[in-house]
Design a protein around this ligand. Structure first.
Ligand code: MG
Length: 158
């Protein structure tokens, strides 16, 4: 299923290599020996988790249904307009952002607010419905950052 998730993300305009620099910027102040390769490894490790795969497939499916006009009102307009009072996109994403501990929610909030790199691109992609996708991308990066932080601490403590 991991390959299908990666293909699905790609179809929606998100390559794994787009997430790497965002994760690097987020974590490099804390991890001096960080490399792009390490970032990519952690992103791919996060995508191994079934909970995360399910959340991604669910969120993207809703984005696609909204894009094709296949949802009923009022949900259709809510998703198409990325209604700021909706919040279910964030709830779904937060669920996966915190799979590696609560530090994930801090990272998620930071990414959601600052919208670095690919996240900004998704947020301003006209004609596409990325209501769930932008939060999912934040959550994947947040989870990868948390995974990295916990592993770093573990390896330092011997
Ligand atoms: Mg959203």
């Amino acid at each position: 299923m991991k390959e299908q998730v990666i293909i699905k993300l790609q179809q929606r305009g998100v390559k794994i290599d787009d997430l790497v620099p965002v994760l690097y910027e987020l974590q490099s102040p804390y991890l001096p020996n960080l490399t792009y390769e390490k970032c990519k490894d952690n992103i791919l490790a996060v995508l191994n988790k079934r909970d995360i795969q399910h959340a991604i497939l669910t969120g993207i499916a809703l984005d696609e249904l909204a894009e094709k006009g296949l949802l009923e009102e009022p949900l259709l307009s809510i998703l198409r307009n990325d209604d700021s009072l909706y919040g279910i996109d964030e709830i779904l994403a937060l669920g996966i952002g915190t799979l590696y501990g609560t530090i994930g929610s801090t990272n998620f909030g930071y990414l959601d607010k600052g919208k670095p790199g690919i996240i900004k691109k998704l947020d301003t992609n006209s004609g596409k419905v990325n209501t769930f996708l932008d939060d999912l991308v934040c959550a994947i990066i947040a989870a990868a950052a948390s995974r990295m932080a916990h592993r770093h601490r573990d390896s330092n403590n011997g």
